[in-house]
Design a binder for this molecule. Structure first.
Ligand SMILES: *Cc1c(COP(=O)(O)O)cnc(C)c1O
Ligand SMILES: [Zn+2]
Length: 429
């Protein structure tokens, strides 16, 4: 398979830029996409190549991202920075499927990536791009998972990482990882959107490579979630994907990947994509339902900190993908997120709060008749259950009342005397 030539293309005005220099935005202010000319590429040949790499034991072919490198970032293996990310499981949803009212519900667990979230798929590609551009320093603003992932990949290839974290609560597991992996961590007085604006200025002025989801290479890596799901399903296309939306990069990646597979004839049907936002941070859902122009949310609030974003950078890319896939946008309440999470956790699968928007959203879309209960649905679980232990314990101790969340399915820990009788009484035996 010959290497396809790629360039950066503006999502807003269509202008092209060569890849020879780092660039994040078009001169018109629009975000950029990696664009390839797919005409003349043999889809069947590409699929056969990917199948031949399935189960590779080592090297870049063993990565669930770089297995698909022809459509990600086609570099010689020695230039790739990888932790063999991806290769995550696709589970029957069990209890969470019953809860959502779906007969054929699968959960793709991206929390099984090396640092515990799908961000690793984007980051392996983003840090490889940093190396491609000979960068020594990388930076991002993050609600947590991006920084954990960036710090890890930077450490793996000997780069310095600088992390801008918004003031207030950041999930403990994520902050712990960023510090552990040696990221220079700057907690700024302001919210995520302030941190995002600052990091762009810092990278421009101090010549640091920017690894926020504005970075077009991260989106390319994240496309592999969809590629891998389809390969796991022997290229049978599900009716729906349901995916949480914060900065809106991940759903943009999913639809972009599907569009490329469709163009190549690797899939013959277009899956529908449902993007789920938290009610307190739902600018896209608002725009979608009210048919109004895009308007950022000024003070985003949600227990699902990974999607607590009021001014998502990728909203235009997201919208393009939603139109292409005949998708929908829905929002869910804090209670719906945490009850859905209790079901995902009780199914033995487990995921962090933001991830469980997939299940809460699927349930809501089934309840409102948008998704057929007989449909084949794949929900994306974006992060690991251990990322946010406070949310789990708060819910199960029913101590989230101040956030308006009840522990509907609480599994309370119990303190007892160290006697057999006390155990018998506690277990009702
Ligand atoms: C980053 C993240 C999201 C949101 O993804 P976007 O691409 O910003 O929409 C959702 N869940 C988790 C766990 C994340 O880390
Ligand atoms: Zn432009």
């Amino acid at each position: 398979m010959h290497r396809m030539k790629a360039c950066l293309k503006c999502v807003r005005c269509g202008r092209d830029y060569e890849l020879d220099q780092p660039r994040y935005l078009c001169d018109c202010g629009g975000t950029l996409d990696l664009h390839r000319d797919l005409s003349g590429v043999d889809g069947e040949e590409l699929k056969a190549l990917w199948e031949s790499r399935w189960g590779a034991k080592r090297g870049v072919d063993a990565s669930g991202v770089w297995r698909y490198r022809e459509l990600i970032f086609d570099l010689p293996p020695e230039e790739i920075v990888t932790r063999q990310e991806g290769n995550t499981r696709l589970y029957p949803a069990g209890k969470a499927g019953e809860y959502a009212g779906l007969k054929h519900f699968l959960l793709k667990h991206e929390g099984e990536n090396p640092t515990g979230s799908f961000k690793d798929r984007g980051m392996t590609c983003g840090v490889t791009a940093a190396k491609f551009y000979r960068a020594r320093n990388v930076a991002c603003a993050s609600t947590g998972n991006t920084s954990a992932s960036m710090a890890s990949y930077a450490a793996v290839c000997g780069m310095n990482s600088v992390i801008f974290i918004p003031e207030g609560k950041i999930a403990y597991g994520k902050l712990a990882q960023a510090l552990a992996f040696g990221g220079r961590t700057l907690q700024i007085r302001g919210n995520f959107d302030d941190a995002m604006a600052l990091v762009q200025e810092v990278c421009r002025e101090l010549h640091i490579y920017l690894l926020n989801s504005i970075n077009p290479f991260r989106i390319e890596g994240q496309k592999a979630i969809g590629f891998e799901i389809l390969q796991q399903l022997d290229w049978q296309v599900p009716d729906w994907f349901v995916i949480p939306g914060g900065n809106l990069g991940n759903n943009s990646a999913l639809s972009k990947g599907m569009e490329e597979l469709y163009q190549l004839g690797i899939i013959d049907r277009i899956p529908r994509i449902a993007v789920i936002q938290a009610e307190g941070a739902a600018p896209l859902a608002h725009m979608w339902k009210q048919h109004t122009p895009f308007e950022p949310v000024r003070n985003p609030e949600t227990i699902a900190t990974a999607i607590k974003i009021g001014n998502p950078v990728s909203w235009e890319k997201s919208l393009r993908g939603l139109k292409w896939s005949n998708g929908v946008v829905e929002s869910v309440s804090e209670q719906e997120i945490m009850d859905a999470k209790a079901m995902v956790d009780a199914a033995g699968i487990g995921a962090e709060p933001a991830s469980c928007c997939s299940v809460a959203g699927a349930k809501k879309l089934v309840d409102t008749g948008v998704i057929d209960p007989e449909a084949t649905v794949v929900g994306i679980l974006t992060g690991n259950v251990l990322k946010d232990p406070d949310a789990v314990i708060g819910y199960h101790k029913d101590e989230l009342g101040h956030l308006g969340i009840r522990g509907t399915y609480a599994n309370r820990p119990q303190v007892i005397d160290p006697t057999l009788d006390a155990v018998r009484a506690a277990l009702n035996l």
